[in-house]
Design a protein around this ligand. Sequence first.
Ligand SMILES: Cc1cc2nc3c(=O)[nH]c(=O)nc-3n(C[C@H](O)[C@H](O)[C@H](O)COP(=O)(O)O)c2cc1C
Length: 184
Amino acid sequence: MDTRTALLTRRTIHDFTTAPLPEGAVERALEAAIRAPNHKLTNPWRFTRVGAATRPLIVEIGLEEKRKKRGELSDAAQATLRKKFGNPPELIVVSQVLDADPHRRREDYAAIACAIQNLHLSLWSEGIGSKWASGAMTHAPDTYKAVGIDPQVEEIVGFVWVGYAEVIPDTPRRPLAEVVRTTE
Ligand SMILES: Cc1cc2nc3c(=O)[nH]c(=O)nc-3n(C[C@H](O)[C@H](O)[C@H](O)COP(=O)(O)O)c2cc1C
């Protein structure tokens, strides 16, 4: 897939199959991620690949965060969430090493956003879907504990769920004419 096709066709995937990923696809995506621009070469990103023993903890944290928001969950709602958090064959927690300087922190966050996009596009170029999620479960204290990240040192920027799409959604954009200005 050429770069432009990847850029234009990539979509955030919300529903994943359990199909395993090809050998090395995640490593190739991580290689692409760390090639992202980063000012002062701070390499502010850290990627934690969530292993099989930790995933069930993440699923439970996800359910608990939903309960806090919506109250007790029906069996059907639980089943849907278990599928949502359990199906994707790979979960990568992306975190930012916290710099003391607020300006540097902002730039580092921007660099990590670029890295996540590289990650998405590398996967997409191989036909693999992904999703950047930043919901409550991604910053719950229990998540930090489960994945071994010290919140004094790193901040979780998001989860990247990875797998094959069950459905590829279509997400519109406002047309260029509405978002581009040209000065005299
Ligand atoms: C910083 C950031 C956080 C996001 N967090 C979530 C999230 O928590 N849940 C979700 O469903 N999508 C999340 N997304 C994905 C966006 O919803 C998605 O990019 C948007 O709907 C456009 O869809 P597309 O990526 O298919 O073009 C996030 C995207 C970004 C950039």
